[in-house]
Design a protein around this ligand. Structure first.
Ligand code: ADP
Ligand code: MG
Length: 446
């Protein structure tokens, strides 16, 4: 066993966990854990009490398995020791630490790794990255607000923090705040309790750049929504920059019409699943930062099988790094298959293209492909066209913008509209469901 140093697997795990939890939870539960020893037989962790041990296992068991050696029982190999009690030192309550939100503990520290320089570009995220850079370079003067949406693990938080870093470094006079929606709500609750709400509101409205992560957590919280909307409007009216991330575009969020409309004022941009080449580039970049050499054939193999979430690509690099560090094995396809078994997805049917879908829909709905791409608004054409668009969003891993182009130069919102329409219809139209299933089956045989 070795003594833990800064560059250990435990340190990697902490870094990983810190990004995924509120800073209050991190400080309370994870920061007090000390790694005493680390090696092939697992780690020895010193915890202040048994609750911390339980919290760690309950919330992070699976992630721990990704970072640490695992016992045959499937449990991460950890031995816990309880630390000797030390006198509890708390800062006097209500004390304001300079540079922090008054009374706040929730402020997000920018992740030092999330910078524009470390964000790998590809066709699926080029547009949103340049929008983010535009905003960081000319805050309040390009797109306001910038609304970034996309699935889990596709780099939204990475871009948000990149804007923060860039702005702090290039416009030193500006007040920048980055906050998760969860923390925003907690701040409000605390301020209401401590009667510091006016101070807090003043603080927010005096910012030059407000970066808000995961706005979807504002859904079904009407009171907080209103306060958010007020802050948001106050900032925008003074040309102060607001950037928001979300797992869905504004129109699909269950938020008031007023807020949705405000969020659509500026630029709405999506991050999509990166294509194979970009995934390989991301994988190699992450591996290089860990000092891990992955042969390019193996990198392609991994990226072909982990395709919907960049975070999982990072998980793969972490596991491989552990494996090679502990067992000094060379990275081969076999090693990857055995180490990453649960992470590897079935290879996507990359061969399914819009053209193939159009052909199949045309056959089953008995309409010419030409009409599906054309602009006729007759019912007989509109329905199959929307079906083809719906299937394309499901089966083709291309951005909505590119899909739009394949459908005779339509916009991404037309594609989204078609998808929603068919999803709705499917719930009540048995006949339509059967026909769509037929298209699906015919595509599987292709
Ligand atoms: P989201 O907020 O969309 O769920 P994150 O921004 O947390 O996703 O990204 C998940 C992980 O994947 C992060 O560690 C991030 O650095 C990494 N990542 C995502 N996209 C990219 C990219 N294009 N280049 C480099 N790293 C990326
Ligand atoms: Mg995020």
């Amino acid at each position: 066993m070795t003594t833990c140093t800064q560059n250990t697997t435990w340190a990697d795990f902490l870094e990983f966990a810190e990004e995924r939890t509120s800073s209050a939870a991190f400080e309370n539960w994870l920061a007090p854990i000390r790694c005493v020893e680390e090696g092939e037989e697992g780690v020895v962790l010193e915890v202040p009490n048994v609750f911390v041990q339980e919290y760690l296992l309950e919330n992070y068991r699976e992630d721990l398995c990704a970072f640490l050696p695992v016992a045959p029982s499937g449990e991460p190999l950890i031995r816990f020791v309880i630390a000797k009690p030390t006198p509890l030192v708390r800062p006097p309550s209500g004390k304001i630490v300079p540079g922090q939100i008054p009374g706040a503990k929730q402020q997000v520290r920018l992740n030092p790794q999330y910078r524009f320089e470390t964000f790998i570009e590809g066709p699926a995220n080029q547009f949103v990255k340049s929008a983010a850079m535009g905003v960081a370079t000319r805050p309040g003067r390009s797109y306001n607000p910038l609304f970034i949406h996309g699935g889990v693990g596709l780099g939204k938080t990475h871009l948000l923090h990149s804007i923060g870093h860039y702005a702090l470094e290039h416009h030193k006079e500006l007040k920048v705040e980055c906050i998760t929606t969860e923390a925003f709500i907690n701040e409000l609750v605390d301020a209401l309790r401590n009667k510091t709400i006016d101070k807090l509101k003043r603080y927010w409205r005096n910012l030059d750049i407000l970066l808000v992560d995961d706005i979807q957590f504002l859904q079904n919280r009407p009171n907080f929504e209103e306060e958010f909307c007020n802050t948001f409007e106050a900032l925008i009216h003074q040309s102060k920059q607001v950037v928001i991330t979300s797992d869905k575009p504004p129109s699909q969020l269950k938020l008031s019409e007023r807020l949705v409309a405000r969020m659509e004022w500026g630029l709405v941009a999506g991050v999509n699943v990166p294509d194979l080449e970009t995934r390989v580039a991301i994988l190699l970049h992450k591996a290089e930062r860990k000092g891990l050499e992955i042969p390019s054939r193996v990198a392609f193999f991994i990226a072909e099988h982990i395709y919907s979430n960049v975070r999982q690509l990072e998980g793969a690099v972490n596991r491989l790094s552990l494996q090679t560090r502990l067992l000094r094995q060379e990275i081969t396809e076999e090693l990857v298959e055995s180490t990453l078994r649960e992470l590897l997805q079935r290879a996507p049917k990359e061969k399914i293209s819009v053209e193939v879908i159009l052909k199949s829909v045309a056959t089953i709905f008995q309409v010419p492909v030409r009409d599906l791409k054309g602009h006729s608004r007759t019912k007989e054409i509109v329905l199959p066209r929307q079906v083809a668009m719906y299937l394309a969003t499901e089966m083709v891993s291309e951005s909505l913008q590119l899909l739009g182009l394949s459908f005779g130069g339509r916009t991404h919102s037309t594609i989204l509209h078609a998808r929603d329409k068919i999803e709705k219809k499917l719930k009540e139209d048995e006949n339509l469901r059967r026909r769509i299933d037929m298209v699906r089956r015919s595509l599987e045989i292709e």
